[in-house]
Ligand binder design. Structure first.
Ligand code: PGA
Length: 257
């Protein structure tokens, strides 16, 4: 694991943008796994700027998103389809036929999940998977207790997640109860993972992830077993690390995957 501790959210986003940009320049047809949530927004703004101001070419990349709510149409403003298009894909020259986001409206969800896994494989596997982390240590919708070998599947959302989401919906019946998510095993098969985290609310999860025992109760701890894991966190997220002084110094040659 390469752990880099930077000053704040902006610095985290800047560093993440360097890594993703380097990946795309190095391999224009990269297969990139994208995440939703507040964490990668600054990264996505910078990628859009790198396209618009510096001509970064996304036309050959293939994308796979981590997860999507079941039952929300892509046009719904809380869907992850909507999030990805409005926050990134509409602002870069990605080829829509190479964009993959789980289909929360699929008729046969199990079938869809198997297809999604096959598509990732047919694309040559994920070169780089971008990840946020939940305060409880989840990655994608792999909540505590998720199998560390899991693959793309349907998961029931925790009561906490459902309650947190309720404020975004006018009708309580509309609040999603299930999601399709890449599994922990799917994420681990990526050649490189880039875990981003910012803010004190993530400090316990980051400590458990970097310094705790590997456990399904904190699914993010599995990154300890990944051969190419980049962990970019800000000072606030790093504030509870016991071995803080060991982290944050990396060799120049290791700076990009
Ligand atoms: P956040 O969510 O980026 O909005 O903090 C991350 C997550 O819960 O995985």
């Amino acid at each position: 694991m390469l752990v880099e501790i930077v000053s704040d959210y902006e610095a985290m986003s800047e560093r993440a943008a360097e890594i993703v940009t380097h990946q795309i320049r190095k391999k224009p047809d990269s297969v990139i796994g994208f995440a939703t949530g507040s964490t990668p927004l600054g990264l996505y703004q910078r990628l859009a700027q790198n396209h618009q101001a510096r001509g970064l070419d996304f036309s050959k990349i293939t994308t796979f998103n981590l997860d999507e709510y079941v039952g929300l149409p892509p046009s719904h403003n809380q869907s992850y389809h909507y999030f990805m298009w409005t926050n990134l894909f509409d602002h870069i020259n990605v080829d829509p036929s190479k964009v993959h986001i789980p289909q929360g409206m699929a008729d046969d969800i199990d079938d869809f999940c198997q297809w999604y896994e096959r598509r990732i494989e047919q694309a040559g596997g994920l070169d780089l998977q971008i990840l946020g982390i939940g305060a409880n240590g989840h990655i994608a919708f792999n909540e505590p207790g998720s199998s560390l070998g899991s693959r793309t599947r349907i998961k029931t959302l925790t009561e906490e997640t459902t309650q947190n989401n309720a404020r975004f919906f006018d009708d309580p019946d509309e609040v999603p109860r299930y999601a399709i998510t890449m599994g922990v095993g799917t994420i681990m098969a990526a050649k490189t993972v880039l875990l981003l985290s910012s803010g004190e609310s993530k400090a316990n999860a980051i400590r458990a992830t970097l310094e705790g025992p590997i456990t399904a109760m904190v699914p993010a701890t599995i990154v300890q077993l990944h051969q190419r894991a980049y962990v970019i966190i800000d000072e606030a997220a790093a504030s509870k690390l016991e071995y803080r002084h060991h982290h944050g110094i990396i060799e120049p040659k290791q700076q990009n995957p």
